[in-house]
Write a protein that binds this ligand. Sequence first.
Ligand SMILES: Cc1ncc(COP(=O)(O)O)c(C=O)c1O
Length: 456
Amino acid sequence: MQYTPDIQKSMIGLLEAQFTQFRDQLDARDVASKNQTLATLPMPEHGAGLDDFYQLFNQHIAENLSASNGSRYWGFVTGGANPCATFADWLVALFNQNVAQRGDSIASELELHTLAWLCELFFLPVDFKGVFTTGATAANILGALSARQYVGKLQGIDVAQQGMAGVTVEIYAATPHASMIQSLGMAGFGQKSWHQVRTLSNSEALCVDSLAHMLSNSNCKGKVVIASAATVTGTDYDDLKAISQLCKLHGAWLHVDAAFGLFERLLNGPHGKTAGIECADSITLDCHKWLNVPYDCGVFLTRQPSYLVQTCDVPAPYLNTRSEHTNFRSMGIENSRRFRALPVWATLIGYGKKGIKKQIENNVVLAQVFAQWLAKSEHYELVKPCELNVVLFCPNASHSLESVEACLTAINASGRVFMTPGVWQGKPIIRAALSNWETSESDIEQVTTLLQALGE
Ligand SMILES: Cc1ncc(COP(=O)(O)O)c(C=O)c1O
């Protein structure tokens, strides 16, 4: 099959039909699909063509994809995909640039330009340099790798070249995201290597006094602090101002996982809950969460890019482009990279600072409305006051399904909303995270009506 005029016409026609149908049916589609069993299909000996692919896609796949792009997918921290970003993502596939290094297109310039715009959006100093990643997990891995190179260098060891033998390190964190723990394992520190810092009472935020005590009592030459802004369950923010001062005093690398919590800066500015993040050595941000661009799109930012480059750069004659600028393939895990900046750039242009802020505000207000309904409800307990976009709750003794697991299963089986489990202060809970740009009051009404019926 070639790009003949007929095929091109067919592609546009099928995309238009699918797009219209998908958008028209998104609200009615089961939020989590009920049938996830795929028939075993024989692989064709001879190419079956675009039409056959499309027919099989419709027959076996399309119906059973979830409405994770819709307004009532409240699991994990899941954004949707706004029209500007979706359109830009189509263009990404059409042009299919490899944004690995400079020298053959303007795509690398756009990545730099978009990263600078993100810094402006989030009131971060221009000395933060970075790279688009597949998501927050990949950004956390880069944080762990940069910290590793830093602690090695402090001890006269270039870890990227020599390996970790002889490097001593102590890592401190209170409530790191699972992907951060995974990153510590992948970086060779070990998933169990970190020292647990006490949290503040009834919070997942780090107790600064405890951290100060631990750092002061440590003789270790390589220290790393992993901070959260915010934690994925309680949406609690570590005191980044105090922590960054401690890190400076003790020569510790400070990585902040701000995958979705950085968006709080749009509401409260640089002096709100993330004050001090500008002093971090590295930051994780996720655009496929609260910026509502399609997967996969995260960001790693660092004020000390040399450690990242030392870690990721490798010479090879066929890769040499004689560029005076650092290549993106020397700042991340991949040699070949998707043009991830375009949907972000499109979103920043399409909505502007004010439009994006409005979407965040909308989610926060609606999360409050949902939390207040739960607090007043006869069948549910609001487990923690809602402070951002995540609502924690459980069924109470008067609920027809008293067990959290049974209640969550029934909620998700409805097909009207999707939530995920969690644990708050040792107790199982249900977690609803609102980060879709299209979520509206009508969604809250639909969900509260469902929850009321289940309670009875
Ligand atoms: C705080 C935090 N960090 C990291 C991640 C991992 O993000 P991703 O799924 O984009 O890798 C998440 C996802 O929910 C998160 O909330």
